[in-house]
Design a protein around this ligand. Structure first.
Ligand code: 5GP
Ligand code: MG
Length: 180
C-alpha cells in the first residue's frame, strides 16, 4: 500500500501544478495546429513517459493525426541515464513522405531524441520535427534541437504526469520532485 496521503505525500515539492501543465499544453497544441494547418501529422510518441502529455496535447489539435507509439528506454529503472537507448521499432509502419512529429516527455541527455531523430530521418519523411514537455537545463539537453518545448527546468529528477520512478508516480496529475 502507498502512504495514507496518497502519491502526493511522497513528493518533496511540486514543480509544475496541474493547471500550469494544462495551460502550457493547450498553448503548444495551438502552435502545432497553426504550423501544420492543412496537413496530416504522423505523431511518433515515446512510451510510456509521454502517454499523458500526448493524450492531452493531441486531443486539442483539430487536424488529422496518425499516432504511432514506440517504446524507448535509457534509464532502465534508476534515476540516471544508462547511456544506451533501446528502441522497439514498429514493424510495417511507413514514415515515407509523412509529416512526422516526434514527441517525448523530457529531454535530459538528449540521447533518446537524437537516436530516434536519426532513425526516423532514414525513413525519408516529408518533414521531421520534435517536441518535448520538459527540457532540463544541462549542456547536452540544450544542444539538442527541439521545435516545441513546454518548460525549461533545472537538472533534477522529476516524476508525475506520465514520468515514473521505478514504475511508480506516472498517475500524479502534477510534476514534482521526490523526497531524497
Ligand atoms: P535522455 O535520453 O534525454 O537522457 O532521456 C530521455 C528519457 O529519460 C525520457 O524519455 C524519460 O523517459 C527519461 N527521463 C529523463 N529525465 C527524467 C526525469 O527527470 N524523470 C523521469 N521520470 N524520467 C526521466
Ligand atoms: Mg521516456
Amino acid at each position: 500500500m502507498s502512504s495514507p496521503t496518497g502519491v502526493l505525500g511522497d513528493l518533496h515539492r511540486v514543480l509544475l501544478s496541474t493547471e500550469e501543465i494544462h495551460a502550457r499544453v493547450s498553448a503548444m497544441a495551438g502552435q502545432i495546429e497553426k504550423d501544420y494547418a492543412g496537413r496530416l501529422i504522423t505523431v511518433v510518441a515515446l512510451m510510456d513517459g509521454a502517454l499523458f502529455f500526448v493524450a492531452d496535447l493531441l486531443r486539442q489539435i483539430d487536424l488529422p493525426i496518425r499516432l504511432v507509439t514506440l517504446g524507448a528506454s535509457s534509464y532502465h529503472g534508476g534515476t540516471h541515464s544508462s547511456g544506451e537507448v533501446r528502441l522497439n521499432w514498429p514493424s510495417g509502419v511507413s514514415f515515407q513522405e509523412q509529416h512526422v512529429l516526434l514527441l517525448d516527455d523530457i529531454l535530459d541527455t538528449g540521447l533518446t531524441l537524437a537516436a530516434l531523430h536519426e532513425r526516423l530521418r532514414q525513413e525519408a519523411p516529408a518533414s521531421l520535427r520534435t517536441g518535448v514537455l520538459l527540457r532540463k537545463n544541462r549542456p547536452r539537453a540544450q544542444e539538442c534541437p527541439v521545435d516545441y518545448c513546454g518548460f525549461e527546468i533545472g537538472d533534477e529528477f522529476v516524476v508525475g504526469y506520465g514520468m515514473d520512478y521505478q514504475g511508480r508516480f506516472r498517475n500524479l496529475p502534477c510534476i514534482g520532485i521526490l523526497r531524497p
